[in-house]
Design a protein around this ligand. Structure first.
Ligand code: ADP
Ligand code: GLC
Length: 487
């Protein structure tokens, strides 16, 4: 089974969120299960800097906006993905600073429609009979709006591979204007409510949903939630119409990249088999020191809550900001926050860190190493997301013995078991779950978590149970393979 993964990011070459993690881990898990998976990415400047050695395997002309791009397909010598890597090289579109979608100043590139239409056209052409690279995929698995046009393009290609499309986040629909549609030269035939048209604009995500042979999303609960107006972002109708080919497959944890027994970013290693929790508390002491505080007993004993993520409404980051003063003043809690995003949220946390310099430890920006150290050091992990297609950080938290506190939605609902009298008794509790995405519910739940922490035995039990959960990619890879093989 030969599968080409087309995506806009892949750790460790380029990553802004969980999509990058998935494109790193899932191909290797599939290859271990016997598939031949290769990855294709845009040749962003940052990727070419990290992976400079490659050979040109194809040239093609690709239609853009009012111009034709001469595009090179590179086969990279880079081995960091652990699977073969192809790059779509078009310096006019991808040879830029910043992340895959935005200028370094934080605004979307104005030509994103053209950038990802050209990427998608190049991928589709690469799999056609017009180009021979000595490897023809049976399946093209594309991910999120940036690659949504691929299934549509394949449907109109002869002898095309099967198209599988995964929605990682419906909130990003790849929505562009009718003017963009015309200037991209997309077929008139597709401009309809049954096609790409979306409330007088068009959506690249919708193209993937309509034309793929199979559509998946990244957790079973999210695959049901997106059929409702509350979570559907206007796509609920079209998703209903394709429900027969829609399924939810849970993401996993990369067992090597996220392993507290061997994580190179940590100063102390640990596992659930160790009788003491010293490994975890050593990491807490090291993190406090790293953040400029003395690791006194008082600080080590106070519950430390971690957050890592994009500072956007989805993540419920405003709810965290709202409850922090009360929890510091009444419960002796402290917080370590790592993230970046919307100015208003960054500002709110900057203010909190100024007001409580010893209890609110803040790093605005992106740091892979700090993310690992927070997972190891914190006593609890906060994820009050309003919606969460899957979420990876709660899975990393479970593995690192940092019980997650989550809103009951999407992948969070599928992976975390609330602590109650019953779940403590039957030893299934792994974290804390609340049903309403409100500051009051979050605060109440954090207070429940603190009571468990102060009890000691309760916290140790849920830490151990959480660390023993198996969220490896093996199971998910088997589900994807079954889907690829489906007629
Ligand atoms: P999403 O994809 O919605 O952002 P996930 O929980 O699926 O959420 O994945 C987020 C991934 O990005 C995790 O690997 C997390 O550690 C990482 N991440 C997010 N923000 C940062 C940051 N500021 N620094 C380091 N890693 C981050
Ligand atoms: C998206 C979602 C997140 C998911 C990730 C990887 O960014 O927001 O919930 O874990 O994709 O699938």
């Amino acid at each position: 089974m030969k599968v080409l993964f087309a995506a806009s990011e892949a750790y460790p070459l380029i990553k802004t969120g969980g999509l990058g993690d998935v494109i790193y881990s899932l191909p290797r898990a599939l290859n271990e299960a016997g598939a031949d998976v290769r990855v294709i990415l845009p040749a962003y400047r940052a990727v070419l800097e990290k992976a400079p050695d490659s050979k040109i395997i194809a040239w093609m002309d690709v239609t853009g906006v009012g111009r034709t791009h001469s595009v090179r397909i590179l086969e990279s010598n880079d081995t960091s993905l652990g699977v073969p890597l192809y790059l779509v090289d078009c310096p006019q579109l991808f040879g830029r600073p910043g992340n895959p979608y935005q200028h370094p100043d934080g605004y979307d590139w104005p030509d994103n429609a053209e950038r990802f239409a050209v990427f998608s056209r190049a991928v589709a052409t690469l799999t056609s009979s017009a180009i021979d690279i000595g490897w023809q995929p049976d399946v093209v698995h594309s991910h999120d709006w940036q690659t949504g046009l691929i299934p549509a393009l394949l449907k109109h290609q002869q002898d095309a591979p099967k198209a599988v499309y995964t929605i990682h986040n419906l909130a990003y629909g790849g929505i562009f204007s009718h003017h963009d549609y015309i200037s991209l030269g997309l077929p008139d035939l597709w401009w309809s409510t049954e096609g790409l048209e979306f409330y007088n604009n068009f959506s690249m995500l919708k193209a993937g949903v309509i034309y793929a042979d199979q559509v998946t999303t990244v957790s079973p609960t999210y695959s049901k939630e997106i059929l409702t107006p509350q979570f559907g972002y206007g796509f609920e109708g079209v998703l209903h119409s394709i429900e027969y080919k829609l399924s939810g497959i849970l993401n996993g944890v990369d067992q090597e990249a996220w392993n507290p027994k061997s994580d190179p970013y940590l100063s102390s290693h640990y596992s659930h088999k160790w009788r003491t929790f010293k490994g975890k508390s050593d990491n807490k002491a090291a993190l406090l020191t790293e953040m400029g505080l003395e690791a006194t007993d008082e600080r080590l004993n106070a519950p430390l809550f971690g957050f890592i993520g994009r500072m956007v409404e989805q993540k419920g980051i405003d709810l965290i900001a709202e409850v922090i003063p009360h929890l510091i003043e009444n419960n002796n809690a402290s917080f370590i926050i790592l993230g970046s995003g919307q100015d208003a949220y960054e500002y709110a946390f900057t203010e909190l860190a100024r007001r409580y310099p010893e209890q609110v430890l803040l790093y605005l920006g992106y740091s892979e190493g700090l993310a690992h150290r927070i997972e190891a050091a914190a006593d609890f992990f906060l994820m009050p997301s309003r919606f969460e297609p899957c979420g990876l950080n709660q899975l990393y938290s479970l593995r690192y013995g940092t019980p997650p506190i989550v809103h009951h939605t999407g992948g969070l609902a599928d992976t975390v078991v609330d602590t109650s009298g019953e779940t403590i008794l039957n030893n299934s509790a792994t974290g804390f779950v609340f049903n309403e995405p409100s500051a009051a519910a979050l605060q109440y739940t954090i207070e429940r978590a603190i009571a468990c922490y102060e009890n000691g035995d309760c916290w140790k039990q849920i830490v151990r149970t959480g660390m023993q959960q198996d969220f490896s990619w093996t199971q998910s890879a088997a589900s994807y393979l079954a889907l690829y093989q489906q007629e």
